[in-house]
Design a protein around this ligand. Structure first.
Ligand SMILES: NC(=O)c1ccc[n+]([C@@H]2O[C@H](COP(=O)([O-])OP(=O)(O)OC[C@H]3O[C@@H](n4cnc5c(N)ncnc54)[C@H](OP(=O)(O)O)[C@@H]3O)[C@@H](O)[C@H]2O)c1
Length: 243
C-alpha cells in the first residue's frame, strides 16, 4: 500500500468558492496540488479561493458551470484540461439541498436536486475516467444514505443514487481510476439556516458532538493519498449512521 505524494498533481474541486469545497481546495493547495476552483453563482468567492490557493505557490484557475442545466456538467473536465493541461483528482463537493418531507416531494424539486447532486458528479467522474484514464475521484454523499428518513427525501434519494453511482464507477474504471465517497454527518448547517437545527440533533450522535470541516478535509486527503481504496465510503459522522 502506497501513500500518494500529491505534490505537483492537479485537482478539480466543485463548489469550491465556499464552505466545504473551499476548505478542501485550500488543503490540497497546501499539499502542493494545483486546483481548478469550480463555482456556479459564487464568482467573487471562487476568485478569492483561487487567489488564496496561489499563495501556496501552486497554480489555480476558476471554472463556472451551472449543474442545474441539463448539459451543465458536460465538458467541464475538458475545459479544465484546456486550462491546466492535466488532471489527477476530482472532488465532487457541489450540492444542493431541499428540506422536502415525503409528502412535499415534487417532480421538479427532485429533478433539480438530481441534476446537481447525482447527474453532475456522475458525468464529471465518467468524463474524467474516459478523457484522463487514471486518477482519483471523491464524491460527497451524506451519512443518512444509510438507514431510512422521511425528512429531506428527494435530497437523500439523490445522495443514495450517487452512492450507487460511486460503486459502479469504481468497478467500471478500476484499476486506473479510483472512486470513493465521503458521507458527512452534522458538520455545517445549510447556508440559509442557523446552527440550532444541528445542535438539536447532536444527542442522536454516538460521539455527542458535531464534526468539523477539518474532519471532511482529512477524510478526503486520506482517500486521495491511500491508493488501495476504491468503492469505499467514509462516514464522517461521529457514528450517526449506526443509529
Ligand atoms: N455541510 C454539511 O454538514 C454536509 C452534511 C451532509 C452532506 N454534505 C454534502 O457535502 C458537500 C459539501 O457541503 P457544503 O455544505 O459545502 O455544500 P453547500 O454549501 O450546500 O454547496 C456547495 C456548493 O455547491 C454549489 N452548487 C449549488 N447548486 C449548484 C448548481 N446548480 N451548479 C453548480 N454548483 C452548485 C454551490 O456553488 P456556488 O456557491 O458557486 O453557486 C455551493 O457553494 C455537499 O455535496 C453536501 O450535500 C454536507
Amino acid at each position: 500500500m502506497g501513500l500518494v505524494n500529491l505534490q505537483g498533481q492537479t485537482a478539480l474541486v466543485t463548489g469550491a468558492g465556499k464552505r466545504v469545497g473551499r476548505a478542501i481546495a485550500l488543503a490540497l493547495a497546501v499539499e502542493g496540488v494545483n486546483v481548478a476552483v469550480h463555482y456556479s453563482r459564487s464568482a467573487t468567492e471562487a476568485e478569492q479561493t483561487a487567489a488564496e490557493i496561489a499563495t501556496q505557490g501552486v497554480q489555480s484557475w476558476t471554472v463556472q458551470a451551472d449543474f442545474g442545466q441539463p448539459q451543465g456538467a458536460v465538458g467541464l473536465v475538458g475545459r479544465v484540461l484546456e486550462l491546466a493541461g492535466v488532471l489527477d483528482l476530482v472532488i465532487n463537493s457541489a450540492g444542493t439541498f431541499l428540506p422536502h418531507r415525503l409528502d412535499e416531494v415534487t417532480w421538479e424539486g427532485y429533478l433539480a436536486e438530481f441534476a446537481v447532486n447525482a447527474w453532475a458528479p456522475f458525468v464529471i467522474s465518467r468524463e474524467f475516467a474516459e478523457q484522463v484514464g487514471r486518477g482519483c475521484v471523491v464524491n460527497f454523499l451524506d451519512c443518512r444514505i444509510h438507514g431510512h428518513s422521511v425528512a429531506h427525501v428527494s435530497y437523500l434519494w439523490t445522495k443514495q443514487l450517487l452512492a450507487e453511482m460511486t460503486t459502479m464507477l469504481a468497478l467500471r474504471y478500476a484499476p486506473q481510476v479510483r472512486v470513493n465517497g465521503v458521507a458527512p454527518g452534522l458538520i455545517l448547517a445549510p447556508p440559509d439556516e442557523d446552527d440550532s437545527a444541528l445542535d438539536r440533533l447532536v444527542g442522536q450522535v454516538p460521539l455527542k458532538r458535531r464534526g468539523e470541516v477539518e474532519d471532511l478535509v482529512s477524510a478526503t486527503l486520506f482517500l486521495v493519498k491511500n491508493d488501495y481504496f476504491t468503492g469505499q465510503v467514509l462516514y464522517v459522522d461521529g457514528g450517526w449512521h449506526l443509529k
